[in-house]
Design a binder for this molecule. Structure first.
Ligand code: ZN
Ligand code: ZN
Length: 414
């Protein structure tokens, strides 16, 4: 089996790995580089079958529904088979009407935890992992008697931490190469304890307890673990979780009855003005109808506010302000701090300052701490550890043995 990491040996974002065996090829992930515009044609890696149909490209396997792993898949010729999780496929489609550049990707086959897929000479075994994206997988690829294990993005401190322990317990031993993400390297001291989602829940509940008005939580609706954290903190403090139609659609797309849904007792749907316009323009009336059972309207917000925990975005600020719903409010930013330098989030900070709303930051990473990555590498007893999906791939040798660094675009053999 031959391997080429087209993008990802020195950066997070735009990941693409091409595998070749006996003339057949398989691609793992086809991501959008961070801060890139998907419309730019030269972003596509030089993989035959990405621009024009090529029968030797047997498929593109998407590890999980984050743009840095699937964002360029929209550019594939229709004949190139896509493989991803069923819930991931639904979530990407559910987001499409609400996000810039939204896309519907059609999977030819689905990844299922522990169920091997035979794709030509490749056997791909997905392992469901704990990550901030739902339906995320690490992938074991076997061909020609060689085994490559790709970590995808993962962590051990989320709501599905048990999946990480299960991965350690059932991981294949002695793989020929481990392609290991290292997003957290350099982002914080390796010895720091990483907060868990349960820690965040406790901290958020304490903030809510000390707040007389609505608690506005700036979290991504696609970070399902975090939505569960926010919902649980709301329950613990007698508050209702207020979501918009985008979040309602994403939560339904998980297909998981244990994830909070728009019809649940403790949940309310509020559709901000821009979404009401989007519903009319895109004729999303059926979608609204499906989620309208516990809908509240602008005139309800002021009354609801003291008991509300809102899954909040900058695009809702005006709705809450105009409804006089912000007395005693507080904003909790619950995403990566780096986003606060980007226009939408920076606008939110300025808005809080203008209205003198307290601003807190409660977040934990979607990526494993170094100590957990070390446990994974030890469990897999890989013959080599290949750095990927990190800005600090030069530092892997500080933390792992048998590190083999490669460059973007370089072919190497297992
Ligand atoms: Zn990623
Ligand atoms: Zn990810």
């Amino acid at each position: 089996m031959k391997v080429c990491i087209h993008r990802g040996t020195k950066q997070i974002g735009g990941l693409c790995i091409e595998l070749e065996h006996q003339g057949a090829r398989l691609v793992l992930d086809l991501g959008l580089p961070l801060d890139a515009d998907a419309a730019l044609p030269d972003l596509l890696p030089p993989v035959a079958g990405c621009r024009d149909a090529d029968a030797s490209l047997l498929g593109v396997v998407v590890s999980h529904p984050h743009q840095d792993h699937y964002g360029l898949a929209r550019r594939l010729p229709a004949s190139t088979p896509l493989v991803l999780g069923a819930a991931a496929e639904r979530i990407i489609a559910a987001a499409a009407p609400f996000v810039p550049g939204g896309v519907v990707l059609r999977a030819a086959r689905h990844l299922r935890d522990g169920v091997p897929l035979e794709i030509g000479p490749f056997r791909v075994t997905p392992y469901l992992v704990d990550h901030s994206a739902y339906d995320a997988y690490a992938l074991l690829v076997e061909a020609g008697g060689r085994r490559l294990f790709y970590s995808g993005d993962l962590r051990a401190h989320g709501r599905k931490a048990a999946l990480f322990e299960r991965l350690l317990a059932r991981a294949p031993r002695g793989v020929d190469a481990l392609l290991l993400e290292g997003s957290s390297i350099g982002r914080r001291p390796a010895e720091d304890r990483v907060p868990t989602e349960a820690d965040l829940e406790t901290a958020l509940a304490a903030l809510a307890q000390a707040t007389s008005g609505p608690v506005l939580v700036g979290a991504s609706a696609q970070n399902i673990d975090r939505v569960v954290t926010v919902f649980r903190a709301a329950r613990r403090t007698g508050r209702l979780l207020v979501i918009d139609l985008y979040a309602a659609a994403i939560l339904a797309a998980t297909g998981n009855p244990n994830i909070p849904q728009s019809h649940w007792d403790g949940v309310r749907l509020f559709v901000p003005a821009w979404q009401r316009r989007a519903i009319k323009r895109q004729r999303l009336f059926d979608l609204l109808e499906r989620h309208a059972r516990r809908r509240v309207f602008p005139e309800d917000l002021a009354g609801l506010a003291p008991n509300a925990m809102v899954l909040f975005r900058a695009s809702m600020a005006r709705d809450w302000e105009e409804a006089n719903g912000l007395a005693g409010a507080r904003l909790v930013w619950s995403q990566w701090g780096g986003y606060l330098n980007e226009p939408a989030a920076a606008g939110l900070v300025a808005w809080c300052n203008r209205l003198s709303l307290p601003f807190d930051h409660l977040h934990t990473s979607g990526h494993a701490a170094v100590a957990d990555l070390q446990r994974l590498a030890a469990a897999l007893t890989a013959k080599r550890v290949v750095p990927i999906h990190s800005f600090e791939t030069a530092r892997y040798a500080e933390f792992f043995s048998k590190v083999a660094r490669h460059n973007d675009g370089e072919w190497w053999s297992l």
